[in-house]
Design a protein around this ligand. Sequence first.
Ligand code: ATP
Ligand code: MG
Length: 630
Amino acid sequence: MSAVDDQSLSTITEACHYGTLALQVPTPQLLCGRSKETLTLIEAYQKVLQNKDGALSKTVIVVHGQSGSGKTSLVDELRDPVDASHGYFCAGKFFQPSGGVSSQEPHSAIMAAFSDLCDLVLQSLDFDNDRRIEIQQALGADAKLLVKAVSNLSPFLDGDSQLGGIDTKNESALAKFKVACKTFLRAMSSTTHPIVLFIDDIQWMDEGSRQLIDAILHDDEMRNFVLILAYRDEEADSAVDMFRGFREKNSIVDIAMTNLDAGAVHEMVSALLGSSSEAIGVLSDLAVSKTLGNPFHVIKFMETIQREGLLLFDVDKSSWIFDIDQIKREMMVSNTLMKLLSRRIQHLDRAMQEVLKIASLLGYCFSGDMLVQVASVALEEKHTKTTATELVQSFLAQAITEGFIERTKVGYQFSHDKLQASFQAMIAPSDAGRLHCHIGNQFVFCTQDEDYMCHAAIHLNSAREYIQGKIPNDRLGRINLEADDKLTSINLEAAKRCRDKSAFVNAASFLRYGLKLLNGDEQNKWTRNFDLAFEMTETLAKMELIIGNLDACKEINAEVLRRSKSTEMKISSLVIDVEVRMAGNEMEETITAAKRALKKLGVIMPRRATVIRGWSGYYVGSASLDDLTF
Ligand SMILES: Nc1ncnc2c1ncn2[C@@H]1O[C@H](COP(=O)(O)OP(=O)(O)OP(=O)(O)O)[C@@H](O)[C@H]1O
Ligand SMILES: [Mg+2]
């Protein structure tokens, strides 16, 4: 049995009892073995700071490595230097899809960072009304396009922009939104206040976000601006694709996070134990061989041996005690992180497992109220309502104590996405529909917030088979959604919500899914629920145009035209008919479509235009439409 004595331990509080002293997870300021990477980051930022004449275009930093290698912690090291130099460090993160379905708000990571940025600008010591007006003017009409997407933008809006609104009539809506985002970043930055925009975990970005990041990445006009993107090597297909073309023409500061060396792991273990004694050497050597130097795994390894009673703190002797051979024996099984986790999960009370399975479907981050609402309904089968609610609350508290869940400013989150994934993996496929159905129903009925419509649609879409009655609804199903029409309307609502936030790609996928439900009943969808079918189809045609799926747009729009019952109903699709051809540079077809539209609207075009001499001496007029050639 080894004992680690150290003076530093004497300062540890009296309240610590034998064996229960918690490990001290190193704070980001205590990053071990990352001085080279930290320096690279700081030097890249310093170059931006020194660029007072604004000659240097934006700086792109890519941080990548395995899960738990310390990417987020490394970039966080830049926060203090940026704050100290009056820069704005704003960050957003993507989350792992829940049960294969992304339940995050469209553009969530980017818009969260933009909202942070608004707050930071408002809080700057030199912010005054002149600067506010300057930003307002720089934003100009673009402000309107961002109102619904960026939550803290209102202090920078004039009365007119407050109303917001996106013109989704034409194909340039998406392009305009991307421009508005770039205008926003330019308006907020200055030589005295550079922006560091950190987008974490881009391996989980949605398609709309990918396009937005791509637009920012390729903007050469951006000054006083650092874009930091972090991703996991092992899940990074889309991220790697995004940089493929970019790297060839532009320089990127590339930081690859390799595993820590033995010295750094030793430093980490010492920091975790609050001791720098040499006796720790054998323990840290074992940690290196078990974890290969992955910092997150080092922490989990140390937590596990402590939890399993293999590492104890002796208060009387003020020392950690352990038997290295026993640890080697007990931890002989290949202790991959997943194995360590699943061992702990398997030992949990079944009801607690059930609650955490539901939490895992709610997302990596979730609201405590929502978990209590959904999970207590699930427990009501065996308990009264009050007991069920109390049970869920106590399981949540226990999960925090056990280190599965952490509190955040706005709710809760899993302490690691692998944990969330482990609970999801415990859900039997036959049970997933039931759980998604409960969650979706709660989002539909228990909240007034229209933001939740997307979440409702995502969960109910995943529960469609269950809802349809192939598996009968149990008494927990709050609403009877056998009719696909109901689910289609929910998808339409979700799509409108996304459209209002300029998340056109997401809007299109809700509409496509909703229409597929109606298409299941192709025979009578237009007679049974004409209004719904028409609105879905018409909105999808617009979205396909905006996101550049021109062939799909033409096909869908042709159906809208065919189904329109009045001239009024035709107007929007006649416009789309012209725009989709214009977007494809088909000039002759554009003119033909325009003539067709005018004819349908009853506008009579003169065969030849008359040339009129205007009062100012200019000639006003046009040639015959038939004579125009290209
Ligand atoms: N060099 C280090 N020294 C000490 N602790 C570290 C170091 N690197 C990371 N950690 C700790 O390891 C844990 C995981 O780090 P972090 O979350 O930064 O990893 P990551 O690469 O961002 O992981 P993920 O891919 O899951 O996002 C954190 O608790 C962090 O404080
Ligand atoms: Mg991370």
